[in-house]
Each structure stands twice: as C-alpha cells, then as structure tokens.
Write a protein that binds this ligand. Structure first.
Ligand SMILES: [Mg+2]
Length: 108
C-alpha cells in the first residue's frame, strides 16, 4: 500500500534515509504535541474521545508509515530487528533487576 502510494506520486526520489529519519522524528513530535501541556486527566480524556483518538491514531499511522518506508527502502527486516533488539533488552533488563523499576539499565 505504501509502495504503491509513493510510486504513484513519484516520491521515491524524496525518500533517502536522512529524509525518512527526519520524517519519523517529525511525526513522532506531532504525536508528542498532542500531549503538550496536558495534565494526566486531560490525556486520559484525550484518549477516550473519538475525535482526539483519531488524531492520535493518525500520528501513529504517520510514524508507522515512515518506519516501514525506511525499513523497506533500506533493506531492514523489522520483525527480525525487533526480535534481536528485544533479546538485547532482555539481557540489559533482567527481570530480577528491573521488575517494577524504570531506571535505565546502567542505573540498575
Ligand atoms: Mg502527522
């Protein structure tokens, strides 16, 4: 779907790794912006109302778009990368040291 969308618009020429990484961060910032200056209660409300949930869903989709696009055009297998990284995370954050804690692994 993404390939077809971009191909129809001749956008491959604009999708170098740097531009896609910028797009990923930009869209992540747009997600963050939805929560800016919001209290925990306001965020709870935002996530429970249909219209604002759609805004969040749209930003998540934008992030997903850039993530998939970057991986596809640069030969990354996201499923394999996630599996590999989660194994590294398991080693960095062993359950016995990290359960119930939110410190970085270097602080455990
Ligand atoms: Mg967006």
């Amino acid at each position: 779907m993404i390939k077809q969308f971009c191909s129809e618009r001749d956008w491959d020429q604009f999708h170098g790794p740097k531009e896609l990484a910028i797009g990923l961060v930009t869209e992540s910032s747009e997600l963050l912006e939805l929560f800016r200056f919001q209290s925990e209660a306001q965020i709870e409300g935002l996530l429970s109302q249909s219209e604002s949930r759609t805004k969040v869903a749209d930003e998540l989709a934008d992030i997903y778009f850039f993530l998939l696009r970057f991986a596809d055009l640069n030969g990354f297998d996201l499923a394999a990368s996630l599996e590999s990284k989660m194994q590294k995370n398991r080693e960095k954050y062993p359950v016995e040291k990290s359960k119930g804690k939110n410190q970085k692994y270097t602080e455990l």
